[in-house]
Design a protein around this ligand. Structure first.
Ligand SMILES: Nc1ncnc2c1ncn2[C@@H]1O[C@@H]2COP(=O)(O)O[C@H]2[C@H]1O
Length: 921
């Protein structure tokens, strides 16, 4: 073959392929086509009428062109007409850049579809992989409308139903005999009622391929009404409906067919008694019916697949109105399946929508979805595609992936929302990226929360809507990563009613405090507290100042220490008697004596004494509250709790030792200001710990640093590696648990584990007037014992509010003084004020205590008191609360007021004698 003829052959092949493609675009769709080729002022429409295919064009300026003489009065003929037209038009050359406008007209609605002849060829070449550089190729071909493998229509005998009021109609007889000749079966009925009854009865078994309705005698049979009724019957979408009209009526009105088409007929046919014509007609009709039946069945299969997948699926039309949503979508967003078309913007937003509406073919980007039952939208990863038979979009598909844990596939948190959009095709070309994503998905990672969410989601299947709504709310809550972060109840109410309580609770619980404050802070570096220094130099100080105490007690001190395990232990008397060294004395009495920590740690008493001394020395005596008396108080509370049966039987000696060590050291080197203050002041500790758990991290780290630094104080030196690791783990965990920003996290975990089965609890599981029913079976699991230990040190840390009144009052005075000093310092150094209400001139101490007890103490003490059987914890808290209320009403406000009340109360207090600790080297 020479070069030219080879080129011609290629061109012919391309054109044949082009026509095939063109044909396939419209094949079997059953609508009228109209073409307009603007450049050449050629306009041609193809429509079926009684005379076969012809051009319908009344525009004077347009060159007329006959489409097809050979076309038959059928869909095939229509396509033949189309192809014929295209043949003529393609002679213009396939490199023309002019678009051909194809007007798709269906049921009277005209939709414009632009086709460029060269693009048709290009598409075919693109599919064959021959052309890679064309700009057109950047837009992937639209995904196939329905995969051909799904469109399976088994050959089946033709079924015809004739509806003719006239029993002896010759037209009906001709149709029936044509069907029999074609090997099919025909039935005839006389009226609309019989027809509809038959269709309803035969619904799933014998729905005919073709129904022919006699429309010639409207007085006897209203064909239009019947067509509408048939289309309203289940499973009749694919039935090919033919209306038989009189030739005279047909020729009278060229647009008369429209009424029939709109009523649901597929075809209007002039009456004929010619059996051959009927035979051709019914065969074509059967082919069309079988084809649309297969397509509808395939669509139903795809919709069923969408309904059963866990992803949220929505399909819109080209106007972005949602046409179809699957069950997951409805369930999660609170939609009803039967809801009519709604704009997608009502439900979705974000990058995915932007891409969808700017013509992307295939994308992967986050979508925000609005839920009807919840105010906050959710953000999910979304994969989408636009579907269209040509470059024009017909549908947009959104597939949104529920967050981690929703599906069975164990996607886990790794499959989180990707920020920004991701071009799927660029990923496909990026083998590495793809592989690593696949690897991540394959990892056997599944958190318990993932399983919980899966179980809950499964429980919504078939559940009543109210239950589904509850479960979905619960799942939404579980999905948040800050599962236990504090949410202040009635916060607005509190804010309005009591700004002091709001200030205090906010400062204690909020992790945002620092960030908020940082906003206000401008260039205030080097504003460290001169009042109380706090940095690593304390290590040096502790070593140089180390003083070993010879435990020489007076009779009074000995007597006092004998009461060390009572809840009204006179801690301030101990402070006086030991001249500010209560921790070493009490520590030695409790840790060295009653709890025999030395035996548990295999160390001698001297090492323990040295350790206590070093620890105590590293508390700041200058602090009014966070000094070694507070440490001794917390140690005493922990010792008291450890004596309770529940804990005595639960903890190993080494665990009890770890608890006492944690209590003694839990606030070591506390600077007397809060972590928020340190962050705002850019303190080296805040820098070191990245503003996260600054003080608690420092307390734990310094405890080990001081302990391990010197063999003479190293109470762990004889422990084997594993025991040391265990003790270290427990001590660190307990000290970190005293961080108040995690207060509700620890409390909620404890309550959920040990009171999970209590009835009548409110939504948050804690604040309830119903008595809590304790369930301690969970204690068999070590991780739950950890919760107990955390709760123990937490309760001990703030136990001052649950002590008898005189102690509670003194502690309240001390902490208020410390808060005021912090505020003074913040103001002096132009730092953000963490608790502005804690101003010594204006703050009401009683009201701060009422807030503290109401919002921090009561819930926690109730949970803990029931657990260790110590009702006095709650009783004291309530009675202190009441006392503060009375003082508030009596006008007690400032520190001076509180001191005055204390003096009045202390008139009968017995005098104290001082202990004489001696030093030895
Ligand atoms: N009686 C009280 N009134 C107000 N705040 C308190 C009281 N007792 C303890 N706190 C606060 O609770 C916190 C518990 O952890 P800290 O010891 O670090 O610091 C403590 C104080 O900030």
């Amino acid at each position: 073959m020479d070069k030219n003829s080879k080129n011609d052959q290629v061109k012919d092949d391309k054109q044949i392929g082009c026509w095939a493609k063109f044909k396939s675009l419209f094949e079997g769709r059953g609508f009228d086509l109209e073409f307009e080729y603007n450049n050449h002022r050629t306009a041609v429409a193809v429509g079926d009428n009684n005379d076969g295919y012809k051009k319908i064009d009344d525009r004077k300026s347009v060159e007329k062109r006959t489409v097809s003489e050979s076309s038959e009065n059928s869909l095939e003929g229509e396509l033949a007409g189309v192809i014929n037209f295209y043949e003529q038009f393609s002679s213009l050359g396939d490199d023309t850049k002019d678009d051909v406008d194809v007007w798709r007209r269906s049921s009277g609605v005209r939709n414009r579809v632009s086709i460029r002849p060269s693009a048709l060829l290009t598409n075919i070449i693109e599919e064959n992989g021959e052309c890679e550089d064309d700009v057109e190729l950047n837009r992937s071909p639209p995904p196939a409308n329905i995969p051909t493998a799904l469109i399976y229509s088994p050959p089946e005998p033709l079924e015809l139903l004739c509806v003719f009021p006239e029993r002896t109609s010759r037209v009906c007889a001709a149709a029936c005999s044509a069907v029999e000749r074609a090997g099919g079966e025909a039935r005839s009925l006389r009226c609309a009622r019989e027809t509809l009854d038959a269709l309803r009865r035969d619904n799933d078994t014998r729905v005919p391929h073709v129904i022919v309705v006699d429309a010639r005698q409207p007085q006897q049979l209203d064909a239009l009404l019947l067509a509408r009724a048939i289309r309203g019957t289940k499973n009749t979408q694919h039935v090919y409906l033919i209306a038989i009209v009189k030739k005279s009526a047909y020729l009278k009105d060229e647009f008369g067919v429209l009424a029939y088409l709109e009523a649901g007929f597929n075809r209007v046919m002039v009456e004929t008694v010619n059996t051959t014509a009927w035979c051709a007609e019914v065969l074509q009709a059967r082919s069309s019916a079988a084809c649309s039946r297969a397509q509808i069945a395939a669509t139903a299969a795809l919709a069923a697949a969408a309904d059963r997948c866990r992803d949220l699926v929505a399909i819109t039309d080209d106007q972005q109105r949602i046409l179809l949503t699957n069950k997951s979508w409805c369930r999660m967003l609170g939609w009803r399946l039967e809801e009519g078309p709604r704009p997608i913007h009502e439900a979705a937003g974000g990058e995915a929508l932007r891409l969808a509406t700017t013509g992307a073919r295939d994308w992967e980007a986050p979508v925000t979805l609005r839920r009807r039952a919840a105010p906050d939208p959710i953000m999910l990863p979304c994969r989408g595609a636009t579907i269209g038979l040509t470059k024009t979009t017909s549908h947009i598909v959104f597939v949104c992936e529920p967050s981690a844990g929703e599906g069975d596939r164990g996607r886990g948190s790794l499959h989180s929302i990707r920020r920004g959009s991701l071009d799927v095709r660029s990923v496909a070309s990026d083998g590495l990226r793809r592989t690593s994503l696949a690897k991540l998905q394959g990892l056997p990672l599944e958190a318990p929360i993932t399983k919980v969410i899966s179980l809950l989601s499964a429980a919504t299947e078939g559940a009543p809507p109210s239950t589904v709504a509850c479960i979905e709310r619960a799942v939404d809550m579980l999905r948040t990563s800050e599962l236990y972060s504090p949410q202040m109840r009635d916060e607005t109410k509190l804010r309005v009613e009591d700004p002091i309580a709001t200030d205090l609770i906010g400062a204690l619980l909020s992790r945002e405090q620092v960030n908020q404050n940082l906003v206000y802070m401008q260039g205030n570096a080097n504003v460290l507290s001169s009042r109380r220094s706090s940095n690593d130099s304390t290590v040096v100080r502790s070593q140089t100042n180390r003083t070993n105490i010879k435990h020489k007690t007076t009779g009074q001190l000995r007597e006092l220490l004998d009461t060390a395990l009572s809840w009204d232990f006179e801690i301030f008397r101990l402070e006086d008697l030991t001249r500010g060294r209560p921790l070493a004395h009490l520590g030695l009495a409790l840790m060295g004596g009653r709890f025999d920590v030395c035996a548990a740690l295999e160390c001698d008493e001297r090492t323990l004494l040295h350790w206590l001394t070093v620890i105590e020395t590293n508390y700041h005596a200058v602090n009014t509250y966070h000094n070694s008396t507070h440490a001794a108080d917390v140690l005493q509370a922990v010792a008291y709790f450890l004596e309770k049966d529940r804990l005595k039987n639960l903890l190993e000696p080494v665990e009890a030792a770890a608890a006492l060590i944690s209590a003694a050291a839990h606030d070591i080197d506390h600077p007397g200001t809060s972590s928020a203050f340190l962050c705002n002041a850019r303190h080296p500790l805040a820098i070191l710990y990245n503003d996260v758990s600054v003080l608690e991290s420092h307390h734990a780290a310094l405890t080990f640093k001081l302990t391990l630094n010197d063999d003479r104080v190293n109470i762990f030196k004889n422990l084997d590696r594993d025991t040391y690791k265990t003790v270290r783990h427990h001590v660190i965990d307990m000290i970190l648990a005293t961080e108040m920003t995690k207060h509700f996290e620890h409390l909620a975990k404890f309550v959920n584990v040990f009171y999970a089965k209590s009835s009548g609890s409110k939504e948050d599981g804690m604040h309830t007037d119903e008595p809590l029913s304790l369930d301690t079976t969970a204690l068999s699991q070590p991780e739950n014992v950890l919760l107990v230990k955390r709760m123990m040190i937490k309760c001990a840390d703030v136990s001052n509010a649950s002590r008898p009144q005189k102690f509670a009052m003194e502690w309240a005075r001390r902490i208020a003084e410390e808060y005021f000093l912090q505020t003074d310092e913040e103001k002096a150094k132009d730092l953000p004020v963490v608790m502005p209400m804690f101003d010594r001139a204006t703050c009401s101490i009683p009201r701060s205590q009422i807030g503290f007890i109401d919002y921090i103490i009561i819930d926690m003490m109730e949970a803990w008191a029931a657990f260790i059987d110590m009702p006095e914890l709650v009783n004291h808290a309530r009675s202190n609360n009441q006392h503060w209320r009375e003082l508030d009403e009596a006008g007690v406000t400032t520190l001076a007021d509180v001191k005055r009340v204390q003096r009045q109360n202390a008139i009968q207090a017995p005098p104290t004698t001082t202990a004489e600790p001696t030093t030895e080297e």
